[in-house]
Ligand binder design. Structure first.
Ligand code: FES
Length: 360
């Protein structure tokens, strides 16, 4: 297993460590620590999560892939060893990235997987360390980490090493509070550069929007912008939202503030907070009714109409749709209006009631 890159052994480890140190120092200088709202539990999850992932989970998965590969498919060991770095790099990166897009998207669309990804969205502020904040089990079954092991087994260690450097640069950069893309938005003559860049890689504005608390700010889209390194998949599969702006509120709408032990070790450790999605007795309930909701709506306000039927604040969204394929419908009214909003979720004129509930 030779990961010597450009004549330097373990170059990927040195470069990735340098990227982390540079972003860490830049965030500190930019006042990140001074203004940080992070609790002790946040730090444990992020720093601890990073150490366990890099020192335990990733190496263990690569060892497991080699063990399984040598036992079941010994002829495939280093079978692509004669591929050039420039063939192996796109092979590794493109498959890695599309796997990550669908894994990440599934983590927002399937309730069981959402529970392992949820800690990532409990962060109330951004920072490069947020990149490593997920439950341990989320990483254990992450297809990308297994893909790293498979490509190395097939003889692509150099491609993986260079790919990991590029990936970490983009991922750390897109989670960081150092919003490097803002510089490009401010200067009109740089517009073509950032227009091209944001169509290829994930920029901080693009990814921060994914971490924003609610679509009501017309910037955030917690159920979109799923990409990891390339924005290609979001554009291709219709989940891209470009605003070039940054949310002011990050995190979950209704965060029960689980202890870090529950967030990280779920399902082995469950939350003791009532109503938490990772509490032992949690059950998602249908809150639709066969009566429309009579509400008074104000102009110049973005309302989020619940489409999933799980909100405890019907007919409006309270974030309970996470872990389902639904997302809220933003809407506004032109003048102060008394309205009947659909509460059965069958109206064809949503968010407004069209009496479909009478036919149910
Ligand atoms: S709670 Fe958000 S769409 Fe239902």
């Amino acid at each position: 297993m030779d990961n010597t890159l450009f004549g330097v052994k373990d170059l990927d480890i040195y470069v990735v460590a340098s990227i982390i140190i540079v972003f860490g120092i830049a965030e500190v200088i930019a006042g990140y620590l001074h203004r940080s709202k992070r609790t002790k539990s946040d730090w444990i999850q992020e720093v601890g999560g990073f150490l366990v992932l890099s020192q335990l989970i990733k190496p263990a998965i690569v060892i497991a892939v080699f063990f399984i590969g040598k036992t079941l498919l010994p002829d495939y060991l280093y079978v692509f060893g004669d591929w050039s770095l420039w063939m192996m790099l796109p092979f590794y990166l493109l498959i890695d990235d599309v796997l990550q897009y669908w894994y990440h998207r599934s983590a927002h669309e399937y309730e069981w997987l959402w529970k392992y990804h949820r800690p990532h969205h409990q962060a109330e502020e951004m920072g490069f360390l947020v990149s490593y904040r997920n439950a341990a089990f989320y990483y254990m079954i992450m297809p990308n980490i297994w893909w790293v092991g498979i490509v190395v087994f097939l003889g692509g260690a150099k491609g993986v090493a260079l790919g990991l450097i590029l990936k970490q640069l983009v991922i750390i950069g897109s989670h960081s509070t150092i919003k490097w893309d803002s510089f490009f938005y401010k200067h009109k003559f740089l517009n073509p550069v950032i227009t091209l860049l944001e169509r290829i890689i994930i920029t901080p504005a693009f990814h921060h929007a994914h971490h924003g608390k609610s679509m009501a700010d017309n910037i955030s889209d917690p159920n979109g912008n799923y990409g990891n390194m390339f924005s290609l998949w979001d554009q291709l599969f219709g989940t891209a939202k470009y605003t070039r702006q940054f949310p002011t509120d990050y995190g979950l709408v209704n965060d029960p503030k689980d202890k870090w032990t529950a967030s990280y070790f779920y399902p082995v450790v469950k939350s003791d907070k009532s109503g938490s999605e990772i509490a032992a007795d949690y059950k998602r309930e249908n809150t639709t009714t066969l009566e429309p909701a009579k509400v008074e709506l104000e102009p110049n306000t973005t309302y989020l109409f619940c489409q999933c039927g799980y909100s405890k604040n019907q007919p409006f969204c309270d974030g309970s749709h996470q872990g389902s394929k639904f997302k809220p419908m933003p809407f506004e009214v032109k003048r102060k209006t008394k309205a009947r909003l659909c509460n059965c979720k069958h109206s064809k004129t949503s968010p407004f009631c069209d009496d479909s509930h009478l036919k149910l």
